[in-house]
Write a protein that binds this ligand. Structure first.
Ligand code: FAD
Ligand code: NAD
Length: 464
């Protein structure tokens, strides 16, 4: 069979690239080595983690906040097996949705491992073995969890995010290595169910790539639900037995601490996945971190082969992979698409949620750019008090001269959804005053963005 476009990997990068290619009139194939489509995100990433985060947040509210709302229930107990069963059903429905989209767009789905025979020929092995020819190829093979050289991931006691989504019991003490997104999201799942969660982080803050205001506030809130943090600690040893784990780490003073738990989640980042692709057969180059090298058109060193998503440089985010999938399909069609990488938002789905877009305060200082700051606390919002979600704040950074918004950093209820309005404003290069003069419905959480913009414009927030 001959195709115009063949996509290898069916995660959010790959399946979206396939849909856009088909929309543009290309005869398209999608190769996936697993039985279900959707990649990391739909099967063992974004969707299942959010399903468990939502279930455990309901439990946490029932246990701690309902009484204050005037709802008296006794004997609230978590049923982890049911939570995991529901999560499985959500994943099944979502991945089946991708099957539907492939059929609707007349995309041929080939199950098996895709590997290069030459730059226009791909062998699909594992399932029904076949060889196809293709004009263009889009590599979207994603990433896998990374670890530390001295750690053995036994998948029973020393686990990655994939196993943490399928535990059979609530850990008594979960030791998390890495205070990034996965550690804090999955740590939250179990902390809400009653686990003690100890996070060992190498840097001096949690979520270290985000604005320092957000990491400080998040650390404080997570402390209230059973997290303890060991910042600036270097893990030196991890040992698992049949029922326990022992993690040793070196403190900033050079002392060794020892944490004994029943599970250890290793969440120190992810690495690009290219095994079995046969990149060497065609001479596609990778960088030191193993990422496929691409130019500004996301083209590899072979002009008919493109790469997108977690397997190339940049943030490892589903929506970044999706944008790149659309970008490449449109580039192949001769269009001139554009991705504004600085405006790809980052979200942490803890509660409160954390969301940000644009530059952080630290980045602007490093650039030597003059900026002004406007902040507004959630506790000053009527909406937040009505729902008892008063933790958090919005921080807006704007250019000192022009007032253009350069960064928006939110920690608080519904931050994940609120950040989209900041992306819209920044895409149109709005000033803080532009946003502060737009009507925001009352009472809403979004009023905090308007107030923070007022504060940034001229220190004239109305409700503070
Ligand atoms: P992937 O989704 O990794 O898909 C790659 C696919 O390629 C896989 O299905 C793989 O089987 C297949 N493949 C690999 N090699 C071959 C081959 N040779 N032949 C055939 N098939 C092959 N991001 C967010 O934006 N929001 C979130 O809330 C979020 N939550 C996450 C939670 C967790 C626990 C994890 C682990 C990740 C999360 N992410 C989240 C990150 C997100 O999952 C990734 O950024 C995203 O999946 C990357 O998409 P991709 O298409 O590049 O690759
Ligand atoms: P991460 O990069 O978010 O966090 C890893 C953390 O581990 C960092 O804080 C880092 O400083 C720390 N670390 C590294 N080496 C260490 C060591 N030796 N000892 C102690 N700490 C160490 O990575 P992650 O949490 O594993 O997530 C992987 C990827 O998946 C991320 O790039 C993220 O974008 C993506 N993801 C996104 C979401 C989301 O968008 N909500 C959710 C989950 C995962």
């Amino acid at each position: 069979m001959n195709y115009d476009v063949t996509v290898i990997g069916s995660g959010p990068g790959g399946y979206v690239a396939a849909i856009r290619s088909a929309q543009l009139g290309f005869k398209t194939a999608l190769i996936e080595k697993y039985n279900t489509l959707g990649g990391t995100c739909l099967n063992v990433g974004c969707i299942p983690s959010k399903a468990l985060l939502d279930s455990t947040e309901h439990f946490h509210n029932a246990e701690t906040n309902f009484k204050e709302h005037g709802i008296n229930i006794t004997g609230v107990k978590p049923d982890l097996a049911q939570m995991i069963k529901r999560k499985g059903e959500v994943v099944e429905q979502t991945t089946q949705g991708i099957d539907f989209l492939m059929k609707k767009n007349k995309i041929d789905v080939l199950h098996g491992v895709g590997s290069f025979v030459d730059k226009n020929t791909i062998k699909v092995s594992g399932g029904k073995e076949q060889t196809i020819t293709t004009d263009k190829v889009i590599i979207a093979t994603g990433s896998k969890p990374s670890s530390l050289p001295f750690i053995t991931i036994d998948k029973k006691r020393v686990i990655t995010s994939t196993e943490a989504l399928e535990l059979k019991e609530i850990p008594k003490h979960l030791v998390v290595i890495g205070g990034g997104v996965i550690g804090l999201e999955l740590g939250s799942v179990y902390a809400r169910l009653g686990s003690k969660v100890s996070v060992v982080e190498y840097m001096d803050s949690i979520i270290p790539t985000m604005d320092v205001t957000l990491s400080r506030e998040l650390k404080k809130v997570l402390g209230k639900i059973g997290f303890e943090f060991y910042l600036k600690h270097k893990v030196t040893e991890v040992k698992g037995t049949a029922k326990t784990v022992t993690v040793k780490a070196e403190s900033p003073k050079g002392e060794t601490i020892e944490l004994k738990g029943d599970y250890c989640l290793v969440s120190v980042g992810r690495k690009p996945y290219t095994e079995g692709l046969g990149l060497d057969k065609v001479g596609i180059t990778t960088d030191k971190a193993g990422r496929i090298e691409v130019n500004e058109s996301l083209q590899t060193n072979l002009p008919n082969i493109y790469a997108i998503g977690d397997v190339i440089k940049g943030a490892m985010l589903a929506h970044k992979a999706e944008e790149e999938g659309v970008f490449v399909a449109e580039t192949i069609a001769g269009q001139k698409p554009h991705i504004h990488y600085n405006l790809i938002p980052g979200v942490v789905y803890t509660w409160p949620e954390v969301a940000a877009v644009g530059y952080t305060e630290q980045q602007l200082k490093e650039q030597g750019r003059a900026f002004k700051t406007g902040s507004f606390p959630f506790r000053a919002l009527g909406r937040a008090r009505a729902s008892m979600d008063i933790d958090g704040q919005v921080k807006v950074l704007a250019d000192k001269e022009t007032d253009e918004i350069l960064g928006v950093h939110i920690i608080g209820a519904r931050a994940a959804d609120m950040i989209a309005s900041a992306v819209t404003a920044m895409e149109y290069r709005a000033s803080a005053e532009d946003v502060s003069r737009m009507s925001h419905a009352h009472p809403t959480y979004m009023e905090a963005v308007k107030e923070a913009c007022l504060a940034a414009t001229d220190n004239r927030a109305l409700h503070m």
